[in-house]
Write a protein that binds this ligand. Structure first.
Ligand SMILES: C[S@@+](CC[C@H](N)C(=O)[O-])C[C@H]1O[C@@H](n2cnc3c(N)ncnc32)[C@H](O)[C@@H]1O
Length: 309
């Protein structure tokens, strides 16, 4: 899995997309301008093209350690020389192998995946925090809100489950029971229960968004963990429930944050859809939602039970 992460981020087009994302880049720039100072020793975990390390260097950090396990770090090294940036050192290795000669006052990172925790953010940051961060040191960003919002998809993006279809009189409804009783198809159909979506695929949110989970890297205790979440949501707009849209808010402080939901300015992150069978909801009723999350870092293990009142 680590190798996949390393290879994925070696592709320049991924970095083009991330650097062209003004919402993302501007929030990091503002946060680094505000929270990095002249005496700081900074680690940029996963430096990629070096952009965040360079922001910290330009802000006047005493020393910036830019680390990345991928070949993309050579781009960062080149850009530092081209731009006469000399207070950044480059370390091509996995963060767990990095041991600086001093305690670090700021860890900067952009380790959020489209499902928030799927790029090993918790594991990587907790490891660095516990080994090299000085007491009182800062993690930028440290706080996150996770959203799982009931949505209706635009009709052109909606694919019903097989058993929900009736095609020119061919009734497929019996397939639901058949698949449930057939171990091979049951496990195959689990993989179709979720998919990445673009925020633009969402027609509307059915409730007023509220986070299902708050998370703080300053206090996180372990690399991964299980959760159970219960929500009672008042339906604000009548419509068909096609599933829950996973997105998140990355919080630097009370003023600076990034949100990548369907109603927000488009960012370089996708959203993630956890599909449900189409269910008509009426404004004013209560949607009762129970999430079982055996592994917070692996969204494919998550499941949801939905009730109406
Ligand atoms: C989402 S990109 C961010 C790149 C850059 N910081 C930016 O904001 O444009 C994440 C980068 O972290 C690197 N990375 C991920 N996990 C790492 C780890 N544990 N140690 C070193 N590099 C890592 C990847 O190779 C990738 O270049």
């Amino acid at each position: 899995m680590r190798l996949r992460n390393q290879r994925y981020f070696n592709k320049p087009d991924i970095h083009e997309r991330m650097l062209a994302d003004h919402v993302r880049v501007d929030a990091y720039h503002d946060a680094i301008e505000k929270h990095v100072g002249a005496n700081d020793a900074v680690v940029d975990l996963g430096t990629g093209t070096g952009i965040l390390a360079f922001f910290a260097a330009k802000k006047g950090a005493r020393q910036v350690y830019a680390i990345d396990h991928g070949d993309i770090i050579e781009v960062a090294r080149f850009l530092a020389a081209e731009n006469n940036i000399d207070n950044v050192s480059f370390h091509k290795l996995h963060s767990t192998k990095f041991s600086p000669p001093e305690k670090i006052s700021v860890i900067i990172h952009e380790q959020m995946g489209s499902e928030l925790f799927n790029e090993y953010m918790i594991q990587n940051i907790c490891d660095l925090r516990d080994r090299i961060l000085a007491p009182g040191g800062r993690i930028l960003p440290a706080k996150f809100e996770l959203y799982l919002e009931p949505i209706t998809l635009k009709e052109s993006y909606r694919t019903p489950f097989l058993w929900e279809m009736n095609i020119h009189g061919l009734n497929l409804s019996g397939l639901k029971g058949w698949i449930e009783n057939n171990a091979v198809f049951r496990s195959l159909s689990q993989s179709s229960a979720q998919r990445r979506i673009l925020p633009d695929e969402v027609e509307m949110m059915l409730c007023t968004p509220e986070p299902v989970f708050h998370f703080d890297l300053n206090t996180a205790a372990s690399a991964t963990f299980a959760c159970k979440w219960h929500q009672e949501r008042i339906v604000g707009t009548s419509g068909r429930l096609d599933g829950f849209c996973l997105y998140f808010r990355t919080i630097f402080d009370d003023e600076i944050s990034i949100r990548n939901g369907p109603n927000d300015t488009r960012t370089s992150w996708n959203c993630h859809l956890i599909r449900t069978e189409g269910l008509e909801l009426t404004a004013g009723e209560t949607l009762i939602v129970d999430w079982d999350v055996p592994d917070i870092c692996n969204v494919s293990t998550w499941s949801v039970k939905v009730g109406q009142r």
